[in-house]
Ligand binder design. Structure first.
Ligand code: DX5
Ligand code: ZN
Length: 221
């Protein structure tokens, strides 16, 4: 059964970014999650091309780039050239979702769509077979360290059904408030890919934390 753990560098210590990434890379991270925020789609501003390029030089892991930006089409090519493996755009920021998903694939990246907690799953129904990844946000995006929104579980269940019905192999990713207390229920609801920032980077031993999160998915509780 697939379980992917994707540490979000939003919670890393940027004074020691190379060391922080090496710790999660050696610690068994499947993907590295990079949160690009523009101060417009979300209230916070983080980083963009330069950091993607830098992380690309530090690790061979796939770079899962989460674009919390308006007009994502203006930046997708730059992010792809910088080394993104997957580009996830928000449905709320992309009225021409089909066009943009095709464009992301033309750029050689996996194409993902993210949904805010208030955005219905229905908004991706008609592009469901075009997705390589569906990201269900379990917090309102913008900041690390927020509490998981419990209602998200039902959306994850419905997303799993929607993907299964069409035979999609797309990753079903959940992002926000994932930790030892929440991950099992999210996995049971049908997610296979888990973003975790605070839980992993604030742990004394990120390797042990990644291992614990992975194991908690499949144990019966
Ligand atoms: C939130 C970001 C998340 C964030 C998750 O807007 O998209 O990726 O880093 O952080 P935690 O795991 O701390 O909730
Ligand atoms: Zn994210």
């Amino acid at each position: 059964m697939t379980v992917r753990i994707a540490p979000s560098i939003l919670s890393a210590d940027f004074a020691h970014l190379a060391d922080e990434i090496a710790r999660v890379d050696d610690g068994g991270a499947d993907w590295i999650h990079i949160d690009v925020m523009d101060g417009r789609f979300v209230p916070n501003i983080t980083y963009g091309t330069k950091v993607i390029e830098t992380v690309r030089r530090i690790t061979d892991r796939p770079l899962d780039v989460h674009c919390m930006i308006v007009e994502p089409e203006r930046h997708l090519e730059t992010f792809a050239k910088a080394g993104a493996s997957g580009l996830t755009i928000h449905a709320e920021a992309a009225p021409h979702l089909h066009r943009q998903l095709c464009y992301i694939k033309e750029l050689g990246c996996a194409a993902g769509v993210a949904l805010n907690p208030a955005t219905p799953l229905e908004s991706v129904r008609d592009v469901i077979t075009d997705l390589d990844l569906l990201l269900v946000m379990s917090v309102d995006p913008g900041f690390g360290g927020q509490a998981f929104i419990p209602n998200t579980l039902d959306k994850v269940r419905r997303a799993r059904l929607m993907l299964n019905i069409v035979g999609s192999q797309a990753a079903l990713e959940v992002d926000g408030g994932i930790n030892r207390d929440t991950i099992h229920a999210v996995w049971r609801a049908g997610a296979d890919t888990f973003v975790a920032g605070n839980a992993i980077f604030s742990a004394a031993n990120p390797r042990a934390e990644i291992g614990a999160l992975r194991e908690l998915c499949v144990v019966s509780v």
